[in-house]
Design a protein around this ligand. Structure first.
Ligand code: PEP
Length: 251
C-alpha cells in the first residue's frame, strides 16, 4: 500500500472532492491555507483532498507535508496504452496521489460508468497501491465483487445516496445514514468475513458544517466525504475539526 500521511484505519476520515470547481491559482491558495490549519486536525484524522487531475501535483506538494493526503476523482483501469484522454493509476502516483475515488454518482450518471468499469478501476487502483474510495448508493456488493480480503486493506467505502448529493438535495438524517452504514458493513462482512467489518465507511451527500457533528457521532459512520461545504478552506477546516474532536467509530 502507498503510505498516506497519518494513515491509521481507526482514525476518523474527512475528505473532499473539488469536482471541476477550481483553477490552479485557487487550488494552490486553498492548499496553502489548509496546510496552515492542518495542525488542528491532521494528526487526529485521515484527511484528504481530491482535486481535478491537472491540479494534483501542485496541491500534493503543499498538502502532503502538512499531513493531508491528495488524490484523484477518477482513474482508468489500464496502466498505460492507447486510451485517449484517460489517466492511469501509476501516473497518479507519480504526481503525488495516494487515494482515488471511484464510481461517484456523477460519473455513473453522466460519463457512462458501469458496475463493470467500477470493478475494473477498483482492481487497478488497488493493484497500483492507491487507497481506493469506492462510492456506492445501495449496491456495495457489485462494487466490491471480485476483491480479496488482502485487497480490502486498501478500500474505503463512501455511502452516497443519489438523492442526497449536490445542489438542491437534502442529506440523509444521521439515523438513516447510520442504519444504511450498518447494512453496508454487514454486506461487506457477508462477502469477506470479519475483515469486512474494518472497512472504513464514509457518509457523503449534502454534509454541512452544522450537520457534520451529528453524522460523525454515529457509531457506524467512520468519516465524512464532503462536496460543496468543503470547497472553501474554512468549510473544510471546520468540518475536519469536528471530525477530529468527535471521532468516528473505533474499529
Ligand atoms: C458528492 O458529490 O459526493 C457530495 C458529497 O457532494 P455534496 O456534499 O455537495 O452533496
Amino acid at each position: 500500500m502507498t503510505a498516506i500521511p497519518g494513515d491509521e484505519m481507526s482514525k476518523p476520515w474527512i475528505g473532499t472532492s473539488w469536482k471541476m470547481t477550481k483553477r490552479l491559482s485557487e487550488a494552490v491558495a486553498y492548499a496553502e491555507a489548509l496546510a496552515g490549519l492542518a495542525a488542528h486536525f491532521a494528526h487526529l484524522t485521515n484527511s484528504f483532498v481530491l482535486p481535478a487531475f491537472p491540479l494534483i501535483e501542485s496541491v500534493a506538494r503543499v498538502l502532503r507535508p502538512a499531513g493531508v493526503s491528495v488524490g484523484a476523482q477518477n482513474v482508468h483501469w489500464m496502466p498505460s496504452g492507447a486510451f485517449t484522454g484517460e489517466v492511469s493509476a501509476p501516473m497518479l502516483i507519480d504526481v503525488g496521489a495516494s487515494i482515488v475515488a471511484i464510481g461517484h454518482a456523477e460519473r455513473r450518471a453522466m460519463f457512462g460508468e458501469t458496475d463493470q468499469t467500477v470493478r475494473d478501476k477498483v482492481g487497478a487502483a488497488l493493484a497500483s497501491g492507491l487507497r481506493t474510495l469506492v462510492c456506492v448508493g445501495e449496491s456495495v456488493k457489485i462494487a466490491l465483487g471480485g476483491l480479496t480480503v488482502t485487497d480490502l486493506a486498501g478500500v474505503l467505502v463512501a455511502y452516497e445516496p443519489v438523492w442526497a448529493i449536490g445542489e438542491g438535495s437534502t442529506p440523509a438524517t444521521p439515523a438513516q445514514a447510520n442504519d444504511m452504514h450498518g447494512q453496508i458493513r454487514a454486506a461487506i462482512a457477508h462477502l469477506f468475513g470479519g475483515a469486512g467489518t474494518a472497512v472504513p465507511l464514509l457518509y457523503g451527500g449534502s454534509v454541512t458544517r452544522d450537520g457534520a457533528p451529528a453524522l460523525i457521532a454515529q457509531d457506524q459512520i467512520d468519516g465524512l466525504f464532503v462536496g460543496r461545504a468543503a470547497w472553501t478552506v474554512e468549510g473544510f477546516a471546520a468540518i475536519a475539526r469536528t471530525v477530529a474532536e468527535t471521532g468516528g467509530r473505533v474499529s
